[in-house]
Design a protein around this ligand. Structure first.
Ligand code: ATP
Length: 506
């Protein structure tokens, strides 16, 4: 009854008004008009009240569309904390001017691609109730002198105008790849770049505490060392916050965030395990893992994403999509021996470490070995790094053992091994002792890399040579089955080693 009270009342009033107009002859039009105006005013007041509650302290103003909060950014706890601390300067303006603190003008976010720097800038705009304007450093690069500078001017003007129009007290300008325009000035060669950077510095200097709307510039780069010192000095980019690759807890958090809108088979899936396996992945790669897993589940017409889909998605993100490349029989045999070289070396220097050996074309490779996740590590000892090099060289060592020469298939392995040697030299872990690597000449680099790699290659070959029989027996199984799980591979290895020992004993 009460449910339809409003409708009954409207019906009753309409009939009553018609009765007054037709039967009694009273002109009801002025009453109707008055009712419409009063109704309109009540409706407007109600909707203002609704916005006031939705927007919290931003009474009466609509929120920006889909505001992004810090809770929606996974991991990055330290970066978020540091950023919020810095942003509080912008929020508590009265205190800032009371203590005569100069305004915070710029925050620099540094870190590898895809770690959430853009997300942090957007969340900063939401946290400070500012408007958000994003741009990329490359948008300011032009052949014509002065165009980049005028674009910078426009960007700041635009931010002020938009903030004023939307009734906001502040604006956040985010410039991604700021190194493109903020690189070190080299004295006249690149006039266009210099003018753009000069304009950026002028705009930063023009920000005052009393300004309204206040502007905060957030820059992002993964090459902080490239930036001009004028940009980094106090009073310009005042805060430097590093946004690193997430640790295991951070990865699990990010996976959980991106799993929210996807059907997950809760009985089967352990995102903790996926977080463990995705060591070194950025937030963007983890988002991609969840997305690819959902695509696999949909293609198989499944109901939900399973652990297998997630595992396949990790392979895809790590090594690229499976390709249909048809390798010849000889090539497949060589690739199989190469991968077995990596896998046997890995089991010998770090038992239990192989997770899968595969003879499947993926990305640019014709086969691959996946290793079991280790604990997130931030410090590496010399023996650990040497064992990494031995595993990387295992493929080439196996090819040399069976064919007498290597193929182009080891290029990536050598690159990986040389990067490890470089980091050993820079960390003072070689016979050169503690050195300034900038003093190293190319000849010296070649000599030290050559000596370390030759010695470890020799070591890898003699280790593998002792297990020549294991190669020959595992080769057939791998060629037939195409993938061997870590456990199956280890069982095979143990059986073969046991039978070899038996043969020696007899
Ligand atoms: P670039 O330096 O390449 O511009 P970036 O550090 O700015 O990268 P974002 O653009 O913020 O990275 O992230 C790209 C995408 O990756 C996001 O849209 C989001 O889907 C995902 N992502 C990255 N980091 C995180 C994170 N910490 N939490 C949740 N999602 C993340």
């Amino acid at each position: 009854m009460l449910k339809y009270g409003k409708e009954i009342l409207i019906g009753f009033v309409s009939v009553f008004l018609l009765f007054l107009q037709i039967a009694i002859g009273i002109n009801v039009i002025p009453f109707v008009l008055l009712a419409v105006i009063v109704g309109g005013l009540v409706y407007m007041a109600k909707s203002r009240g609704h916005l006031a509650t939705v927007g919290g302290e931003r009474k009466g103003k609509p929120r920006p569309l889909q505001p992004l909060s810090f809770e929606e950014i996974g991991g990055q706890d330290r970066a978020k904390r540091e950023l919020i601390e810095a942003l509080d300067f912008l929020v508590h303006v009265d205190q800032i001017s009371k203590f005569g603190i100069r305004p915070l003008k710029g925050i620099l976010l540094t870190g590898p691609p895809g770690t959430g720097k853009t997300l942090l800038a957007k969340a900063a705009a939401n946290y400070t109730d500012s408007i958000y304007l994003g741009a990329s450093g490359s948008e300011f690069v032009e052949m014509y002198v002065g165009v980049g500078a005028s674009r910078i001017r426009e960007l700041f003007k635009d931010a002020r105008q938009k903030a004023a129009k939307q009734g906001k007290n502040s604006a956040v300008i985010f410039i991604d790849e700021i190194d493109v325009i903020g690189g070190k000035r080299d004295g006249g060669q690149q006039r266009e770049y210099d003018q753009t950077l000069n304009q950026l510095l002028t705009e930063l200097d023009g920000i005052h505490t009393t300004d309204s709307p206040r502007i905060l510039l957030i820059g992002a780069t993964n090459r902080k060392e490239m930036l001009d010192s004028a940009l980094l000095r106090p009073g310009r980019f005042d805060r430097h916050i590093s946004v690193d690759l997430p640790d295991k807890k951070g990865r699990e958090h990010i996976l959980n965030l991106h799993a929210r809108n996807k059907p997950i088979d809760a009985d089967d899936v352990s995102l903790e395990k996926i977080a463990e396996e995705s060591f070194g992945f950025s937030g963007a790669q983890l988002e991609s893992v969840m997305n690819e897993a959902a695509i696999y589940a949909m293609r198989e017409e499944g109901e939900a994403i399973s652990q297998r889909h997630l595992s396949m998605a990790i392979d895809k993100v790590m090594m690229g999509e499976r390709t249909d490349r048809e390798a010849t029989h000889e090539e497949r045999e060589r690739v199989a021996l190469h991968e077995l070289g990596h896998a046997i070396a890995a089991e010998l220097v770090r038992p239990g470490s192989v997770s899968q050996v595969a003879l499947l074309p993926r990305g640019g490779a014709l086969g691959y070995v996946r290793h079991n996740p280790q604990q997130d590590k931030y410090l590496y000892t010399k023996p650990f790094l040497e064992s990494q090099i031995i595993i990387a060289l295992g493929g080439a060592a196996a090819e040399e053992m069976f064919y007498g020469e290597r193929s182009t298939g080891s290029r990536g392995d050598f690159e990986q091994a040389m990067n490890i040697v470089r980091s050993m030299v820079e960390s003072g872990l070689t016979e050169l002792g503690i050195i300034d690597s900038s003093m190293m000449t190319p000849d010296k680099w070649a000599a030290v890399t050559g000596s370390i790699l030759n010695e470890l290659m020799h070591h890898a070959k003699s280790m593998l040579e002792e297990n020549r029989g294991v190669f020959l027996s595992a080769l057939d199984v791998l060629i037939q089955e195409e993938t061997l799980s870590g456990d199956r591979f280890r069982t095979l290895l143990q059986e073969l080693t046991a039978s070899r020992q038996e043969a020696i004993a007899q």
